[in-house]
Design a protein around this ligand. Sequence first.
Ligand code: SF4
Ligand code: SF4
Length: 411
Amino acid sequence: MSDRIEGVKKLFTSKSARVETNKGDAYYDKLFQTCQARIEELKTQQPINNRLDIGDVLETQGIERRDFLKWASAVTGMLMLPASFTPLVADAALMMNRAPVIWLELQDCAGNSEALLRSDGPKIDEIVLDIISLEFHETLQAASGHQAEKQLEEAIEHFKDKYLLFVEGSVPLGMNGQFGTIGASGETMHDHLVRVAKHSAAVVAVGSCATFGGVPAAAPNPTGAVGVMDVIKGKPLINIPACPANPANMVGVIIHYILTGQVPELDSLLRPKFAFGYRIHDNCERRAHFDAGEYVEEWGDEGAKNNFCLYKMGCKGPMTFNNCSIVRYNEGVNWPIGVGRGCIGCSEPDFWDKYAYERPMADAKIKAPTGGVEKTVDEFGLGLLTAAGIGIGIHAAASAFAGKKEDGGEA
Ligand code: SF4
Ligand code: SF4
């Protein structure tokens, strides 16, 4: 038993260095200068299509500059930049109306568009929908039919090689793509995506369907659904998975792009490390209970009432890389584990088939996600499978021990 306890201790006290948050003064000095130069250049450009000025919007909304800077400071922290970058991040937000965005919806439920609309911040929904130049979004815009198609063509032509292409939904490839067609011409979603991606500056796949196929790609996957990265090659591509993707991460990616002109540092699954560099389990509010071997054993039991760890109820937080345990959802009010439901691993590939049902991880025979973030998903994650089993073992032994005492056995 003592070996096992040592094993668990070692695992959970080992340095969790998946994301390099301090790259040294020289790195940040250089980056600061690059960002400064980029912001200055953007300032010389006119806002696209006379988009609103965020300064005016903040004033109209009665939002004080101090609150705006507080928000900029939070975003700076989220992007894992030093606090000295806060004024630059605020400036980047002011340049939102210089960033042309085209948003495509493919095989999906529109949950990510919905999440975006409910995003917070200094009225981030205004920022995103009114301030950034959202040139095309068929669900949110007034235009439809031929008018919408014309709008898309004009946006592609006008902002050739400059627009960010956000894609929501998976790409159905079955029956030559006939499971999903768009517009009067019946263009397949596949062709639609390839055509619009061709002249984008970068492609951002938003939500689990666009990134890894999501629910449409779950077995038996009748439509042959795949993620955007299986179709689009040769373009900078950023994956923002989760179901839905957290709007904070979408805004973070746009701000990062405006600030640096580059895609953020990505993991092997093309997810920004600032958002997907840590596991749910690393920052979970129930983590102390996991370490103490205190688990919910049945829905509604005493453990549930005391907010014990949900691992035995199938929580996949130990396998899942995402920042929802930190940024939460619905304006930071709460998140799934906070309301008593285990993580179903929605930001990992094949989550619906691999993670989304109730079973403890130790019995699941789950392979760690491909590649992993540095060596951690494979090595640390697989190690955890064993260690979690050990943790459960310790808990089981402790329960048996307690049972013995209650039965009047030897202590
Ligand atoms: S197993 Fe789930 S509920 Fe338990 S600490 Fe980890 S992430 Fe939190
Ligand atoms: S807790 Fe897990 S399932 Fe829930 S949103 Fe976060 S990553 Fe997805």
